[in-house]
Design a protein around this ligand. Structure first.
Ligand code: COA
Length: 178
């Protein structure tokens, strides 16, 4: 990290994401329009999912603390079968940008993924997100073609509603056959 460029206080600390970080991580994520997909689905994970993911072998979730405050975070997922590492998002708070935090987080996440067996890392960045593109190029990621983001959500509420409907239909059928 670039020395002395963020504050005159303690040196930034990069470490695993913990339960105590989650509120700050969620707030920081909500402030970053660059990671929004433009669809109507929730744009980030809830606290419960993050907490489980942070302690899973399938997750690499790191934060960087600056003077005891959240300076940035990275979230990546590891698939041990395909050996792919997917970089979901990196966000650095606007006050801490251009101080080396993004690069430090990415380098640490890469190292962690590789240590688990990962041999291919990739991610998505909006085409005009110059800061991220430069960061990825600096870390020797290659730029590929542009894709359009697609998604389909299956809501738990909808599944539960479907279960209730089929239960009701079964009960009605049983009752009428008696
Ligand atoms: C992208 C982002 C994470 C970079 O974090 P950062 O801590 O400011 O980046 P760093 O200080 O580590 O910069 C590392 C390199 O990235 C590039 N870079 C970072 N910000 C840049 C900018 N605004 N313009 C051009 N290049 C930039 C540079 O190559 C830089 O190296 P240099 O300082 O030697 O020139 C940060 O801008 C951010 O949080 N953006 C919003 C969220 C986002 O877009 N996330 C990525 C998609 S998931």
């Amino acid at each position: 990290m670039k020395s002395g460029s963020i504050s005159d206080g303690r040196a930034p600390v990069c470490r695993s994401m913990e339960q105590r970080d989650l509120d700050g991580v969620m707030l920081l994520a909500a402030s970053a329009t660059e990671i929004q997909t433009g669809t109507s689905s929730p744009q980030f994970w809830d606290k419960e999912a993050l907490a489980k993911w942070a302690t899973s072998e399938l997750g690499v979730l790191l934060v960087c603390e600056v003077d005891g405050r959240l300076g940035g975070f990275i979230i990546a997922a590891y698939n041990p079968i395909s050996r792919d590492g997917y970089i979901h998002c990196i966000v650095v708070s606007s006050q801490c940008r251009r101080s080396g935090i993004g690069e430090t987080l990415l380098a640490r996440a890469e190292k962690e993924l590789i240590s688990r067996g990962c041999n291919h890392m990739f991610g998505l960045v909006k085409p005009k997100n110059e800061a991220s593109i430069r960061l990825l190029e600096k870390r020797s990621f290659s730029r590929g073609q542009q894709f359009v983001y697609w998604e389909k959500s299956e809501s738990r509420d909808r599944d539960e509603a479907k279960d209730v409907r089929s239960r009701k239909a079964r009960n009605t059928k049983e009752a009428s056959s008696k």
